[in-house]
Design a protein around this ligand. Structure first.
Ligand code: GUN
Length: 296
């Protein structure tokens, strides 16, 4: 079989960002500038890179973009007070607290303190509930699975009736919302995790295979059904030696070269899911701002 089609997340994200820019210009005529506040607690280096990219993209879309860098030792009450201020700030339409946060802070209390109408991450239980109930219009869908879904739709269309989808990973950020989205599109969905028996065998059933575990190159070529669409959510930094020199590089959860020989289409890492996640954050923030125009 010929090598798989490369799903170019970078190009798709650039297209989306262009249309978000245009819609932002329309909103400006109504006196509204979408406002995004990103809160980062501590110094995690991967998080710093993600947050910088989010801020840069927000600015390029014409958004009002603010970043709050909070000391890693801040108290829970201090962080909750900051979120409360952002909840009340009429110039801010979307609030995101970059995860992970330090251990002494309670992630659930923090994510649930963000107003559902400003929860552009889609982590509030009200939004999760709507997604699970199939009310996709009334909710904010978490950005990574939302981006994955657009890439799947580009390959297979909006209706996935009759197709088997396998999601590896059951996180609240990716695996579970991904399963809800695939189900809403009529796929037959299996969610796998560390306790799943015969994982390679289950994965081989998938017409759509989504890997979201955070383990470099875990999914091998012979886990992939011929003709499958493979979405690699993993962003893992691994050490490699190039010409005798120790370097680090980014790699996904899927053994790319092997899988690309069998799949019909596959996302690369980097340049696949990552840029789409950021574009979807912009789309959610734009929508949060548009909703204020429509009166909620
Ligand atoms: N850390 C890794 N992915 C995400 C995400 O989608 N949202 C937030 N808030 N933090 C993350």
């Amino acid at each position: 079989m010929a090598d798989a089609t490369l799903i170019d997340g970078k190009a798709m994200a650039a297209g989306l960002t262009e249309s978000i820019k245009a819609d932002t210009a329309v909103l400006a005529k109504h006196g509204i500038t979408p406002g995004l506040a990103v809160v980062i607690v501590g110094e995690d280096s991967a998080s710093q890179v993600y947050v910088r990219n989010k801020k840069r993209t927000a600015e390029s879309c014409g958004f009002h973009s603010v970043q709050h860098s909070v000391d890693r030792n801040c108290s829970q009450d201090e962080l909750l007070a900051l979120i409360q201020t952002l909840n009340e700030d009429t110039q801010i339409h979307g609030i995101l607290v970059q995860l992970p946060i330090p251990e002494h802070l309670d992630e659930t209390t923090i994510t649930q303190s963000i107003l559902p109408a400003k929860d552009v991450d889609g982590f509030h239980y009200e939004n999760i509930g709507k997604l699970t109930a199939g009310n996709l219009e009334g909710t904010f869908v978490p950005c990574t699975p939302a981006g994955c879904m657009l890439m799947i739709e580009e390959q297979l269309g909006k209706d996935l009736s009759g197709l088997d989808a396998v999601v590896i990973g059951r996180s609240n950020i990716v695996g579970k919302p991904m399963a809800s989205l695939l189900l809403a599109a009529n796929a037959t969905v299996t969610v796998c995790h560390s306790r799943t028996r015969n994982l390679p065998q289950v994965a081989r059933r998938a017409d759509i295979l989504v890997a979201a575990v955070g383990r470099a190159n875990m999914v091998k070529g012979d886990w992939v059904k011929p003709g499958a669409v493979v979405i690699d959510v993993g962003i893992n930094r691994i050490d490699v030696t190039i010409d005798g020199e120790a370097k680090s590089k980014l790699t996904g959860d899927v053994q790319f070269e092997e899988a690309a020989r069998t799949a019909a289409a596959i996302t690369p890492v980097p340049g696949g899911v990552g840029p789409m996640t950021i574009a979807m954050l912009m789309a959610n923030t734009l929508r949060a701002a548009e909703r204020t125009l429509k009166g909620g």
